[in-house]
Design a binder for this molecule. Structure first.
Ligand SMILES: Nc1nc2c(ncn2[C@@H]2O[C@H](COP(=O)(O)OP(=O)(O)OP(=O)(O)O)[C@@H](O)[C@H]2O)c(=O)[nH]1
Ligand SMILES: [Mg+2]
Length: 308
């Protein structure tokens, strides 16, 4: 009954859980389970195969690269992605696929914060998620509560319109940004987020990977919200310039002390700040025009495909 779905699971040393995850989907009628393994040494590949998954070893490294390699092999209309660490439940799969089948959305993200089991996410990761989700909403103005969720369902058609490049844990962020960029309808549905069972270890380094995710988010802001991208730098430069200028002005008027060098630094800060804002405004205009054009082209492409 789920022959139109490929279940895609990237794994790296998930022997403790992968068997149960694959079996959970096979039991529910998902016949195509594809495991892209990053060279596990704990028997993950064998266990997954035993339970009925098609196992492929990844050619590069990182969760993002594994997912892209997996996507290239999908032949069904829909693809369901999840981690192999037992933190996501097969029971939630229907809720993720339903909006795709109803034509309500093309990209569905499982919101882990709807029902998060105690101990499922360390405090540092929780704070990081909060900051990243807030930044995403501020930059892209689309209401997402959990852009880093690893449980997602999407149509292969919408996936084909995305331009994905993030090889590591930045892939989820990139997908959400690409949805905004290409006008792909995305939505969230509540899911349960379980604790990793004992004996299963995380591959995520909160500081290093969190940093990569924030850099990805900022880098991608350039083409979706250039006013934010340039404006935030411009704002900093302007603030610094104004701060120094007020100090120079104060010492000059009140204490009669001149600061020539600082005055030049302040002027440079203010000028660079204003220029960055101007660049931001102009880029914003270009991006808006470009987006209009691209959407029109994509609509035409789809119409041509439908006619064929
Ligand atoms: N193929 C492949 N899979 C990976 C790689 N890194 C992580 N994964 C898998 O990607 C999924 C998510 O990784 P996790 O370590 O669980 O990261 P996370 O879910 O963000 O962090 P936790 O909160 O600790 O679970 C898991 O199924 C991992 O086994 C990799 O380099 N290659
Ligand atoms: Mg996980």
């Amino acid at each position: 009954m789920n022959e139109d779905v490929t279940v895609l699971i990237p794994t790296l040393d998930e022997a403790a859980t992968i068997g149960e995850v694959v079996a959970g989907f096979v039991e529910r009628g998902y016949e195509t389970v594809l495991v892209i393994d990053g060279g596990s040494t704990d028997g993950t590949q064998e266990i997954a195969e035993e339970e009925g998954a098609n196992v492929v070893e990844q050619t590069g490294s990182g969760k993002g690269q594994a997912m892209m390699q997996g996507f290239a092999r999908v032949e069904t209309e829909y693809v369901l992605v999840l981690d192999g660490d037992g933190t996501y439940l097969p029971e939630d799969a229907d809720a993720l696929l339903e909006p795709l089948r109803d034509g309500e959305a093309d990209h569905v993200v499982g919101n882990r914060f709807a029902d998060i089991r105690s101990g499922a996410m360390p405090r540092l990761n929780r704070v990081g998620n909060r900051i990243i989700n807030w930044s995403f909403r501020a930059i892209h103005r689309r209401d997402h509560r959990d852009i880093l969720s690893g449980y997602r369902a999407m149509t292969m058609d919408s996936l084909g319109r995305m331009n994905l490049t993030a090889e590591g844990f930045g892939i989820e962020t990139e997908m959400c940004v690409e949805c905004v960029r290409h006008g792909i309808d995305s939505m969230e549905v509540p899911i349960t987020y379980e604790t990793r069972p004992a004996g299963s270890e995380t591959n995520l380094h909160p500081i290093k990977d969190g940093g990569t995710i924030i850099v990805t988010l900022y880098r991608l802001a350039k083409t979706n919200n250039p006013l934010f991208y340039f404006g935030s730098l411009g704002g900093l430069s302007l603030l610094a310039g104004l701060g120094i200028a007020s100090y120079v002005g104060y010492d000059w008027f009140v204490n009669d002390i001149p600061h020539e060098v600082l005055a030049i630094v302040a002027a440079a800060g203010i000028l660079v700040g204003i220029q960055l804002f101007m660049i931001g405004f102009l880029s914003d205009m270009i991006v808006a025009l470009h987006r209009d054009q691209r959407r029109r082209i994509e609509r035409l492409e789809r119409r041509i495909e439908e006619d064929d």
